[in-house]
Design a protein around this ligand. Structure first.
Ligand code: NAD
Ligand code: SER
Length: 321
């Protein structure tokens, strides 16, 4: 395999931490430069740098000095936080992507990964098995930025031949890093609350079904998409991607099978309106056909694995104290 030089931007986030580890395993620790706007004392390992994706000069200099061949641009302001600060969300999500695309073209970076989201869909999109090509019309700043971002990726591919690849991740569930202000974060918070106090007050309604995915599947999908030959990529906006779909009531029931005393109540807030405009399930047949995508986890296997790992983490923490 060719010696790739990888740059991860937004590497301290929910996806970034796990994707960076997977990329180091694949390409070698010394070939992966993990960056974020904030510093991290926990990341004293090789290759961590501070980089604000909006600082185009510093970004460009780093790509040049490190001979970067692939960029994973994960920096973003997510849907719920974005509604509280629309200008910031637009600036980071849009200008951050445009800086990435420009620098990649200027410096002949071979491949770029930038994630889109189910947030591109809106109330007029089909709710069940939402197709790849359909009405989008997002109603959040986050969704508008992802929708525009998809078209910019397609534009840079068509106009400059840039090999930029993208997926519309569903809500991602993981235990290794905290989520960063999304509408789907309840599906992570619920595990911590169930283990800690056997009770969770959910900010979505009981039947707010959403497309979700367990992090190991999201990492696999990302690596798979980035490894496939470019001739197989027929979509240069972003591929629909599906893992599982469930509502707060359904995940609560699945948790109760392991923690019978667990109880949930519902106090919907502004995030219910965001969730209510998104599809309940996604048709990812293009990802399956083009690059052989297939998820491993369903609701039951994901819940079992999450609880197992979170129990292990709390036991290690207890032992340390
Ligand atoms: P996150 O909020 O956990 O992490 C984002 C990271 O970006 C943070 O570490 C933050 O410090 C960093 N960042 C913010 N502004 C920056 C800047 N100006 N320069 C450099 N870094 C900056 O987000 P995540 O969940 O890891 O999401 C990563 C990507 O995946 C985003 O594009 C997001 O839209 C997309 N996505 C995530 C989900 C999900 O459920 N987590 C679903 C769909 C799409
Ligand atoms: N999980 C993300 C969010 O809720 C979807 O992109 O913002």
């Amino acid at each position: 395999m060719k010696n790739e030089r990888i740059l991860v931007i937004g590497a301290l986030g929910q996806i970034g931490r796990e994707l960076t580890m997977a990329l180091k395993k694949l390409h070698g620790v010394e070939n992966v430069i993990a960056t974020d706007r904030v510093d991290s004392q926990a990341d004293e390992d090789t290759g961590f740098r501070v980089l604000d994706v909006l600082d185009k000069a510093a970004f460009s200099a780093l790509v040049k000095s490190e001979g970067i061949t692939q960029i994973y641009m994960l920096a973003a302001i997510l849907s719920a936080t974005g509604e509280k600060n629309p200008q910031l969300a637009w600036n980071v999500n849009m200008q951050g992507l445009l800086n990435t695309l420009d620098i990649a073209v200027e410096q002949k970076v071979e491949k770029v990964f930038w994630p889109s989201s189910i947030g591109v869909f809106g109330p007029l999109s089909p709710k069940i098995n939402c197709p790849q090509f359909t009405v989008t019309e997002p109603e959040t700043v986050y969704g508008i930025s992802k929708c525009a971002g998809e078209y910019w990726c397609n534009y840079y591919h068509k106009k400059y031949g840039l090999d930029v690849r993208s997926v519309r991740y569903p809500g991602l569930i993981s235990y290794k890093a905290k989520p960063g202000g999304g509408t789907t974060d309840y599906a992570i918070d619920i595990f911590h609350a169930a283990i800690k106090e056997a009770f969770y007050n959910c900010y979505l309604e009981a039947d707010a079904t959403l497309p979700m995915m367990y992090m190991p599947d999201a990492i696999n999908a990302t690596l798979k998409l980035m490894q496939v030959t470019k001739e197989k990529i027929t979509i240069r906006t972003a591929y629909n991607l599906s893992g599982m779909s469930f509502s707060p009531a359904q995940i609560a029931k699945a948790i109760q099978q392991h923690i019978p005393e667990f109880k949930i109540c519902y106090t919907p807030d502004f995030r219910q309106e965001i969730a209510g405009a998104w599809p309940q399930s996604i048709d990812d047949s293009y990802a399956k056909a083009d690059w052989g995508w297939s998820p491993e986890y369903n609701l039951q296997t994901m819940v079992k694995d999450m609880l197992h790992n979170l129990h292990n983490i709390s036991e290690t923490e207890v032992q340390k104290n």
